[in-house]
Design a protein around this ligand. Structure first.
Ligand SMILES: Cc1cc2nc3c(=O)[nH]c(=O)nc-3n(C[C@H](O)[C@H](O)[C@H](O)COP(=O)(O)O)c2cc1C
Length: 210
């Protein structure tokens, strides 16, 4: 009887020890998964702070028929940057021939069309990605209005344009003339007929302009 009791007691001890050694790795496992959560959180912080760095850049654009807008939004999407659209108090007609005539007249008058929106937090940004269509081998006069209205001294300006064949047409030089105390980086020129296939060009250019 005494032997039987001893056997039962030893059996119970073995079972308890086995149970407790099974539970330990589980506890460790759960504490590892906690610490892996912590790792995820601490990995998220640098990502967030690099997001903040991207926030010091702003995408500013003017677009009449949507091509430049499409590129501006693509740049913003790829880089988590904010976007500001240059808009005029008096909107341009949609009709192509009409806008061509108005643009020609504005250019020969060196007009500065009044803008309608206001950019209130320009001081938050170090780099301005500035996009526009080429109009009469130049920037639309509304973009000159923007450069007149806002002082971009000390900032980096990264031009991008869409066009029907003229390329940048020295608009990067024109921007540098308008903003002599800014640094104008290499521009990106995208042909209007190839807008939908411009992803790689944008990626390559962004890699060089960051
Ligand atoms: C008024 C006007 C003038 C233009 N002048 C030129 C030009 O001189 N050279 C050129 O390559 N494309 C010219 N284009 C074509 C536009 O630059 C091109 O289609 C551009 O992608 C339009 O951009 P958006 O859709 O953002 O307005 C002109 C278009 C318009 C409406």
């Amino acid at each position: 009887m005494k032997k039987l009791c001893t056997c039962l007691f030893v059996g119970l001890l073995v079972t308890l020890t086995a149970c407790s050694s099974n539970s330990e790795p589980q506890e460790r496992q759960s504490s590892r998964s906690e610490s892996s959560d912590e790792t995820t959180e601490s990995a998220a912080t640098p990502a967030a702070s690099s997001g903040n760095a991207a926030d010091s850049s702003l995408v500013v654009y003017f677009s009449h028929s949507g091509n430049t807008q499409q590129i501006a939004e693509s740049i913003a999407e790829k880089t988590s940057r904010e976007v500001f659209e240059i808009t005029t108090a008096e909107s341009y007609p949609e009709d192509y021939d009409s806008v061509v005539d108005i643009a020609q007249e504005e250019r020969s008058d060196q007009a500065r069309p009044e803008l309608s929106g206001e950019l209130t937090n320009l001081a938050d940004y170090d780099t301005i990605y500035l996009g526009y269509p080429i109009w009469w081998s130049d920037m639309p006069m509304a973009v000159y209005s923007f450069l007149d209205d806002y002082d971009l001294s000390g900032k980096r300006i990264v031009p991008f344009c869409t066009h029907g064949g003229s390329g940048l047409s020295s608009t990067d030089t024109a921007i540098a003339d308008e903003e002599p105390d800014a640094t104008v980086l290499d521009g990106l020129a995208l042909r209007d007929s190839a807008i939908d296939d411009s992803d790689t060009d944008i990626d390559d250019w962004l890699a060089n302009s960051n």
